[in-house]
Ligand binder design. Structure first.
Ligand SMILES: *[C@@H]1O[C@H](CO)[C@@H](O)[C@H](O)[C@H]1NC(C)=O
Ligand SMILES: *[C@@H]1O[C@H](CO)[C@@H](O)[C@H](O)[C@H]1NC(C)=O
Ligand SMILES: *[C@@H]1O[C@H](CO)[C@@H](O)[C@H](O)[C@H]1NC(C)=O
Ligand SMILES: *[C@@H]1O[C@H](CO)[C@@H](O)[C@H](O)[C@H]1NC(C)=O
Ligand SMILES: *[C@@H]1O[C@H](CO)[C@@H](O)[C@H](O)[C@H]1NC(C)=O
Ligand SMILES: *[C@@H]1O[C@H](CO)[C@@H](O)[C@H](O)[C@H]1NC(C)=O
Ligand SMILES: *[C@@H]1O[C@H](CO)[C@@H](O)[C@H](O)[C@H]1NC(C)=O
Ligand SMILES: *[C@@H]1O[C@H](CO)[C@@H](O)[C@H](O)[C@H]1NC(C)=O
Ligand SMILES: *[C@@H]1O[C@H](CO)[C@@H](O)[C@H](O)[C@H]1NC(C)=O
Ligand SMILES: *[C@@H]1O[C@H](CO)[C@@H](O)[C@H](O)[C@H]1NC(C)=O
Ligand SMILES: *[C@@H]1O[C@H](CO)[C@@H](O)[C@H](O)[C@H]1NC(C)=O
Ligand SMILES: *[C@@H]1O[C@H](CO)[C@@H](O)[C@H](O)[C@H]1NC(C)=O
Length: 811
């Protein structure tokens, strides 16, 4: 600093010059008035809006232009730098500057002809086009317009910037920015522009075009990209066709990102594979095929390699050049096969390994490296024992070995060592052939699934797990009682799955205050005795499934206290006695599925009972269930969108209430003894796709309101006593003769019998129609059971009917 080597000296001797001499590192140049004016005019095009820079990655948003004042030296303005000699503006950094507004296609800004660095990233230019005038900065070495909501074609004039070293036009973030809403392809690069860029930008070192639509580009046009390139990022660019393998041979490339171009094909070159400088190679979610050549393991610096979600096949190369620096290796979701080579287990710096969903077989070798954080080897054909070295991986946070053919036992040793683990979020061994007892488990596991193995013995080993959130022990041969500890050892347990074991004994009063369970699955064990009301301590319980046990109890009315309960399945137990309606109209508001079938319960049917359960009737198809159980629930919900009560002896009328089953897709009431009119309320079942009322004794006309059922594709009212004209129009024009035959009084298309006034008259009322729809005839009673059954998931037909095949409404 101007000869003052010691700050102390400066402070002592020139304190009153300090602002002049010590705070200005360089001599200040006045910027020329016309440059100042150009910048100031530029500023006025935009308003300042924090939202415009909400996705800033590397710095905090700062409205730099607010400090720009007319008549002051623009070289001192925030974000502006001038040339030391000429005073011309050479650098403008307005990234993350909260600029919001349309970017003008022509403005004095483009006259800043000495500009070398221009950074406008992370603003919101409201889908403005990128002006061709951006090609008018001949000295430009750095251009960054990324994440600033430009749209349209990238102008080929960018290729005029032949001194460019960095070109950043990405708008799709490669990392998951919280709250970033990736737009669809809004920027597009055409062939001509790409060709010109490749040809003219001979000095370019960094090109980032993530998210730009390059679907019309022949990847071969990238073949002559500058040898100076160190970074090329074309993530999610809709590239299609074959990638020239020269890309892998660029001599200086360090960062190569071509992932998420699902129509991009290619194979790896067998030799001269990429520069020795290559540090990161992302090729996941493409359509690469063929084998992984042994030369791939050459780049000594490689630290990230993602080849997942391609069509790669064959064995992994079995060569000695391991990866000294590799930290992340993802080969999942390919067609790779064979045994895994030994180098895979010795990569010294590996933190993340994912080989899931391939066809690997053979044993999993022992891991030599102790740094591993994540190991995913699921969905292959690995055999043999669980490698004992995992107990040495103290930083491990997830281990997924599920869906293999691993056998052997979970050794006590493995878990006693795992006590050292800091935390283990995913420990997944489901669907293997693991045998033996469950040893005492360490406290620091949050997720444990050993489902679908051959484990035996009692569950006492789980009592330690203070932080467990999801515990899946289903589909094993565990026996003994449900340990008393289970209700109290973890306040974090949200899902407990004990389905399909051999647990027996009574479910004692185990659930303590503060129980956090959302899902409790006791399905298919040998549990007996009453169901413990201590379950009401689990205030957040959403799913309670105790089906297929021997629980002997009266109807658990206390479930009314479980206000979050959505699914209650007590089917096939020994519940007995009456079910009465909920006492409080506000309880069980979220209940959607109840299956109480195969018990000895009965429903006394108070008059307004149906109304209490109306809320169950309109099943919301897209409802989300407890995490991890969605699929099972969706299955159930799908079944619940149709009712088949055909081939029973239901009598009476179809009640108006049926219209309230508005989520129903299919209704089959055929082959019963139903009488009366087809209720016009059917028009409210707006999702109905098939409706079969055939072979009953229905009378009256077909309500024209059924024309509203726009999804109806199958309709059958044959073999009834219907009269009058068949509704005309819409989907009714598609139904054929067979839908209507066997009704002497029907007329009109498609029947050959035309309509005339004689048959259009009201039919004479039948003797049994004197009663009002609602006055509780036999038939009405029958229907109420149907509606409740629908809500309750009763299986109809098991005990009644004419012996024809039925799908039922249950699960
Ligand atoms: C301007 O001056 C500063 C300080 O003397 C120096 O570090 C910088 O390199 C100079 N810039 C140019 C473009 O000459
Ligand atoms: C800032 O931008 C957001 C999003 O475009 C908009 O909703 C909001 O009204 C703007 N705020 C101001 C003060 O203009
Ligand atoms: C941009 O404006 C300048 C004057 O401000 C004018 O000379 C030039 O022709 C304009 N260019 C375009 C492409 O409109
Ligand atoms: C600014 O004015 C000078 C002379 O006054 C001229 O040479 C230069 O081209 C002008 N620059 C701009 C950006 O208009
Ligand atoms: C390359 O850029 C220069 C300007 O720097 C321009 O004159 C020339 O037309 C460009 N060439 C191509 C092939 O785009
Ligand atoms: C690449 O450069 C070579 C040599 O200059 C040329 O023959 C070839 O046509 C170029 N390829 C493409 C696709 O531009
Ligand atoms: C690999 O590179 C070397 C040296 O650059 C060269 O001699 C050799 O021909 C190249 N091999 C292939 C197959 O391209
Ligand atoms: C595991 O399976 C292999 C056959 O794949 C068998 O030879 C071995 O004995 C089994 N080990 C145990 C402990 O069951
Ligand atoms: C159990 O694992 C076998 C393969 O080992 C698999 O086929 C089956 O679907 C799995 N069953 C369940 C319920 O996950
Ligand atoms: C249910 O338990 C009662 C006694 O609590 C007993 O009398 C009855 O037989 C049991 N029912 C069944 C089906 O086991
Ligand atoms: C209704 O049920 C009957 C008897 O089970 C069956 O024959 C008919 O195909 C079913 N109708 C529809 C539309 O599925
Ligand atoms: C159809 O539903 C609406 C609204 O729920 C109701 O007002 C109307 O009465 C229903 N129509 C029939 C015919 O039941």
């Amino acid at each position: 600093m101007m000869g003052y080597h010691s700050p102390t000296f400066c402070l002592l001797l020139c304190s009153h010059f300090i602002s002049v001499l010590c705070s200005s590192p360089s001599p200040t140049h006045l910027c020329s008035p016309n440059q100042s004016a150009a910048l100031f005019q530029f500023k006025t095009h935009f308003s300042i809006n924090q939202t415009a820079s909400k996705n800033c990655e590397y710095s905090n948003p700062k409205a730099k232009t607010t400090s720009w004042k007319k008549g002051t030296n623009c070289c001192l303005w925030d974000g502006v730098s001038c040339d030391n000699i000429t005073g011309e503006v050479i650098s403008l950094d307005l990234s993350c500057s909260c600029l919001s507004g349309t970017f003008p296609s022509n403005t004095t800004f483009f006259l800043l002809s000495s500009l070398q660095r221009l950074d406008l990233s992370f603003n919101d230019f409201g889908k403005s086009e990128i002006s061709s005038n951006f090609g008018r900065f001949p000295s430009s070495t750095h251009l960054d317009l990324s994440y600033s909501w430009f749209s349209g074609l990238v102008p080929y004039e960018i290729s005029y910037l032949s001194n460019l070293v960095s070109l950043y036009l990405s708008y799709r973030p490669t990392t998951d920015l919280i709250g970033f809403q990736a737009p669809g392809p809004i920027l597009k690069l055409k062939k001509f522009a790409v060709n010109e860029i490749v040809r003219n930008l001979t000095k370019v070192r960094e090109i980032y075009l993530d998210g730009i639509d390059m679907s019309s580009i022949d990847p071969n046009s990238l073949v002559n990209l500058s040898y100076s390139l160190t970074s090329l990022s074309l993530f999610g660019c809709h590239l299609r066709g074959k990638l020239p393998d020269n890309i892998f041979k660029l001599p200086n490339i360090e960062y190569l990102r071509l992932d998420e171009n699902p129509k991009l094909t290619g194979q790896f070159p067998k030799s001269n594979w990429s520069s020795p400088l290559l540090d990161s190679l992302y090729l996941s979610f493409n359509y690469f095929s063929g084998k992984i050549p042994s030369s791939l393991t050459n780049p000594a610096k490689l630290s990230i390699l993602t080849l997942n979600d391609n069509q790669l096949e064959g064995f992994l190369p079995d060569n000695q050049n391991a990866f000294p620096n590799l930290a992340l290796l993802d080969l999942s979701n390919n067609l790779l096969s064979g045994t895994t080579p030994s180098w895979l287990y010795t990569i010294p710096r590996l933190l993340y390994l994912n080989l899931g969903n391939n066809q690997f077989n053979g044993h999993i070798s022992e891991f030599q490296n102790r740094l591993l954080i994540k190991i995913i080897l699921k969905d292959s054909s690995f055999r043999g024992p669980i490698p004992s070295s995992i107990s040495k991986l103290v930083d491990l946070t997830s281990l997924d070995l599920s869906s293999n053919e691993l056998n052997g036992t979970i050794s006590l040793n493995m878990f006693s060592e795992l006590q050292n683990l800091k935390k283990l979020d995913v420990f997944d061994l489901h669907s293997n052939f693991i045998e033996g007892d469950l040893p005492k488990l360490p406290p620091n596991i949050r997720f444990l699934s050993v489902s679908n193995n051959s484990l035996v013995g009692t569950l006492s080993g789980i009592c330690n797990m203070k932080f467990i959130e999801i515990l899946d022990l289903s589909h094993n041969d565990f026996s003994g009682i449900i340990p008393q500890c289970i209700g109290s050892f973890s306040q974090s347990l949200s899902s407990l799955n004990l389905k399909m074991n051999k647990l027996h004994g009574a479910i004692t009063s185990i659930f303590a205050k503060g129980c956090a369970l959302k899902n409790l699955n006791l399905n298919s064990n040998h549990l007996e005795g009453p169901l413990t009301p201590s379950i009401t301590n689990c205030k957040e319980l959403q799913v309670l499934d105790a089906r297929n046990n021997m629980v002997n109890d009266s109807f658990p009315h206390w479930i009314e206290a479980l206000s979050e309960l959505q699914v209650l399945v007590l089917r096939s137990n020994r519940f007995h006695g009456p079910i009465t309606a909920a006492t409080s109209p506000r309880s069980l508001l979220k209940l959607r599925i109840v299956d109480l079938s195969y018990n000895n319960l009965f429903v006394p049917l108070p008059t307004d009972y149906i109304k209490n359960f109306k809320r169950m009737i309109n099943i919301i198809d897209d409802g989300k269930a407890v995490k991890g159980f969605e699929i099972e629930l969706v299955k159930i919900l799908t079944i619940f969108t149709s009712i088949d009560l055909s081939c029973n002896n239901f009598e009476g009328q179809i009640p108006r209430d049926i219209g309230e089953l508005s989520s129903l897709r299919g209704l089959n009431l055929s082959h019963n003894n139903l009488v009366g009119h087809i209720p016009s309320s059917l028009r409210n079942m707006t999702r109905l796709e098939w409706l079969d009322l055939s072979s009953n004794k229905l009378s009256g006309q077909i309500p024209t309101g059924l024309l509203d059922l726009t999804f109806l594709s199958s309709f059958n009212v044959s073999c009834n006593q219907l009269v009058g004209p068949i509704p005309k129009g819409k989907q009714f024009n598609t139904f054929e003769n067979g839908s209507y035959q066997g009704n002497v009084g029907l007329c009109g298309v498609p029947l050959s019998r035309g309509c005339n006034n004689n048959v259009l008259g009201q039919p004479p009322p039948a003797p049994w129609m004197n009663s009002h729809e609602d006055d509780g005839s036999k038939l009405e009673f029958g229907w109420k059971v149907v509606v409740i059954g629908y809500g309750f998931g009763f299986i109809f037909g098991a005990a009644m009917g004419c012996g024809c095949l039925r799908t039922g409404v249950g699960v």
